[in-house]
Ligand binder design. Structure first.
Ligand SMILES: [Cu+2]
Length: 132
């Protein structure tokens, strides 16, 4: 367990430093590990939402003000891309994320932020971030 924990902590720090609505990049992040995480909380300020089977897991998640959510596309290679896009236009929009890609957004203030996957909204691929 320890090696995995250390690796996840490193992922969390990297994402927090990368900060505001930034597309992740770089070889230091381990998408396979992120997709295996049994709980979505990396630490109190950073949570992961997996995109899998044309849904967000979990589809509702809470973070404190200043917290960061990282969405990871955990579909198998070859599955069509997903997005994470705020229902309110302009708060965040990942654009297409292929399997293995990720996107992070930091939420500075309290509120409820519904979002969706642009190509799959009509089949119910929606979620919600609650900042409290
Ligand atoms: Cu989708």
């Amino acid at each position: 367990m320890k090696p995995l924990g250390v690796r996840l902590l490193a992922i969390g720090c990297a994402a927090v430093v990368a900060c505001f609505s930034e597309r992740g990049s770089g070889p230091s992040l381990n998408t396979a590990a992120e997709c295996r995480v049994p709980v979505t909380v990396i630490d109190s300020m950073h949570v992961i939402v997996a995109m899998r089977d044309f849904a967000f897991h979990p589809d509702s998640i809470a973070v404190p003000p200043g917290g960061t959510v990282t969405w990871v596309n955990c579909e198998d290679v070859g599955v069509e891309p997903h997005t994470t896009t705020s229902d309110t236009t302009g708060i965040w929009d990942s654009s297409d994320l292929s399997p293995g890609a990720r996107f992070s957004h930091r939420f500075p203030a309290v509120g409820v932020f519904p979002y969706h996957c642009t190509p799959h909204r009509s089949i119910g691929m929606v979620g919600k971030v609650v900042v409290r």
